[in-house]
Design a protein around this ligand. Structure first.
Ligand code: ADP
Ligand code: ASP
Ligand code: MG
Length: 414
């Protein structure tokens, strides 16, 4: 008997038939004697629908009220799901975030889970019930409803699995595992049997939305055994785990594409100590995550500074940065939204020289102009024009031969 947390995404609960299909899958696990906790997303398209509804009444919806609204999406699916199970004679209880006691900070729309009191979930499990928890939502210390950010149900599931010390956390979605790149962008993408937490963390942060980034962080920190699989098939899926002997020996494991970033350039910034702090401190204080930063070589005491932020934060960033730029005597603040970020990720990159050169060569051969570059130990990202995004994914996937299964490690390799 195991304690299993399963999460079903929007497409898996998109209509009553699919909810029933998912419920039957859960019941099979429960009849086998497992304790089942099920985290659900809102029906596919529902969160977008609610955001658009809000925008019909307010150009810039109040963050607190927007979270109250968005949390209803998941309330619908958990209640329907438990209702169906009860109608089948299966004991089930749905829990919203205050009932499941998922506590967050008060950063509406991007709240962080700071703790889960599992007493109520455990109590329900003890009674032999299937527990269904609304994903994506939490409560702050005084009971305000918060949401975790888009795709946040993954994080709800992994955090609950960590708090309950579950034997397994399964993320059910509309693809049958984690691929070398988004199979919708490049059909030659290959499904991986296993991937390391570190690689998945980079892929997720670089735009592979198959897992939300914070969920991978939780899984790594608390060693949650995590599997991504399809709710529409019986395929075994992909295991996200610590890097081990059985993993593939390749310099690059995956390619990710993000269209979520915007670029800000501040021209002729006076080149003196403290300027970067002046510009970036208020941006950080506003909870805006700056990704890449490039500062050109100084010419006659001035330099250009370019950085990227999430598109959704561009307006706010410009509001913050424009007065500061004027204050420090910079020339102009420019912005550009038609950019994409393509990244290659692989733990094998650490021991392989020439990976970056191969990446640039492949892009140059297709005349793809690179606007910005950033690297980490296991990742290289390039900002390019948006129109080249999907082509770049295909070209890099081919250049590193990701469609071909590599040899597995045998014995001890160094
Ligand atoms: P859910 O609603 O179930 O949370 P998402 O749409 O958030 O599903 O995530 C699944 C999608 O992630 C897939 O449909 C696929 O298009 C996309 N995706 C991006 N990168 C990858 C990848 N490397 N492997 C698999 N899927 C990926
Ligand atoms: N319903 C939320 C969203 O669409 C959360 C999730 O699906 O994970 O982003
Ligand atoms: Mg998702």
């Amino acid at each position: 008997m195991a304690l299993i947390v399963q999460k079903y995404g929007g497409t898996s609960v998109a209509n009553p038939d699919r909810i029933a299909n998912v419920a039957n899958r859960v019941v099979r696990g429960w009849r086998d004697g497992n304790k089942m906790v099920v985290v659900l997303s809102a029906m596919a398209g529902e969160t977008d629908r609610l955001i658009n509804l809000a925008k019909e009444l307010s150009e810039d919806p109040d963050a607190r009220e927007l979270d109250v609204l968005l949390a209803t999406g998941e309330q619908v699916t958990v209640s329907l799901f438990s209702m169906f199970l009860r109608s089948q004679g299966v004991p089930a209880t749905s829990l919203l975030s205050h009932q499941a006691r998922i506590y967050t900070d008060r950063a509406y729309g991007r709240a962080r889970i700071i703790g889960i009191d599992t007493a109520r979930i455990k109590e329900e499990l003890k009674k032999g019930r299937i527990v269904t928890v609304a994903g994506f939502q939490g409560v702050d210390e005084v009971g305000n409803i918060t949401t975790l950010g888009r795709g946040g149900s993954d994080t709800t599931a992994v955090a609950i699995a960590a708090a309950l010390k579950a034997d397994l956390c399964e993320i059910y979605t509309d693809v049958d595992g984690i691929y070398t790149t988004d199979p919708r962008v490049y059909p030659k993408a290959r499904k991986l049997d296993r991937i390391s937490y570190d690689e998945m963390l980079e892929l997720a942060s670089m735009g592979a939305k198959v897992l939300e980034i914070r969920s991978v962080g939780f899984a790594r920190r608390y060693s949650v055994p995590l599997v991504v699989r399809s709710s529409f098939s019986g395929e075994p899926g992909t295991l996200v785990t610590v890097e081990d002997e059985a993993m593939e020996i390749v310099p690059v494991s995956g390619v990710a594409l993000s269209r979520n970033d915007a670029r800000v350039t501040i021209t002729r910034v006076p080149d003196r100590p403290g300027v970067a702090l002046h510009l970036f401190q208020p941006v950080a204080d506003a909870n805006i995550v700056v990704d890449m930063i490039i500062q050109n070589t100084s010419i006659d005491g001035h330099t250009d500074l370019t950085f990227t932020v999430p598109k959704g934060d561009l307006k706010k960033t410009l509001e913050i940065v424009k007065p500061v730029a004027a204050d420090i005597g910079a020339e102009r603040v420019l912005s550009e939204e038609n950019i994409a970020k393509v990244s290659i990720v692989g733990v094998g990159m650490k021991n392989n020289a020439g990976v970056a050169a191969r990446m640039f060569e492949a892009m140059a051969a297709e005349n793809i102009n690179i606007l910005m570059i950033s690297t980490s130990e296991i990742k290289i990202s390039c900002v390019i024009e948006d129109r080249h995004g999907e082509l770049a994914v295909r070209v890099l996937h081919d250049a590193f031969g990701l469609d071909i299964p590599p040899p597995k490690k045998r014995g001890t390799s160094f």
